[in-house]
Ligand binder design. Sequence first.
Ligand code: NAI
Length: 257
Amino acid sequence: MALAARLRLDGRVALITGAGSGIGRETAHTMASLGAHVVVTDASRQAAASVAQEIAAAGGRAEAHELDVSDETGTARVIHAVADLQGRIDILVNNAGIGARMPSEELDTAAWERVIAVNMTGAFRCAREAGKSMLATGRGSIVNVASIMGLVGGGLYPNPAYQATKGALVNWTRALALEWAARGIRVNAVAPAFARTPLTTKLLADPAMEQAILANTPLGRLIEPREVADAITFLAGDAASGITGVTLPVDGGWTAR
Ligand code: NAI
């Protein structure tokens, strides 16, 4: 089968967390444009609904759900309801993520734990629950949205809990890939560098910070959310059928240095 056909996602049920904004929203659009039925989930019900509406207006298939990945019972309820109604979940994108840009000596335990609850435990929880459907059908693909901050220490400003959780996502991606490989499930990650989204608006509003970021990016520009969405979509689908356990940097060369 030709590559163009293997990139298609026709008939696939793809659940994306944090899909109401930024990279998740872009991924929802990209997957829908390739034929997927996209389950747009976000902690903000309104944001999820509006992205699902955009997709429907563009002729794609989407449904919206409020899903806070740090909520144990709510997450299981939504994922099982989708799996029951659609018959399966083929693709999970663990995209929801937050930071806490604070020096370590000022970061209180509650803020540290909040980042872990969303970025790390939330991803595990969604994989476990969606994994039940994937293991039952013997097919599935999970893509975790890590960050270059899971591959390097950062250094431009302190964000210690973010770095800790993104590094954890990189190694957990390997562990889960090995655990489920023989049962038909691939698990991969992307590690984006800086893209302009609501997550980075404040940071990039500081011209000196934007300059420092660009100076660290060999391509000399920010990453487009669309470029991250393309990499996620590639890893999620059959074009990447031989790939599991990897973290693909989408970083303009940041980690090549
Ligand atoms: P964003 O802030 O634009 O979107 C994140 C979405 O996640 C929002 O719609 C928000 O409502 C939702 N969300 C927050 N907490 C949630 C929770 N507990 N449960 C469910 N949804 C929740 O952020 P962006 O930039 O699109 O980030 C998406 C992912 O990409 C994150 O994991 C982030 O760490 C990662 N990333 C972003 C980079 C960037 O430069 N923008 C660079 C590297 C990684």
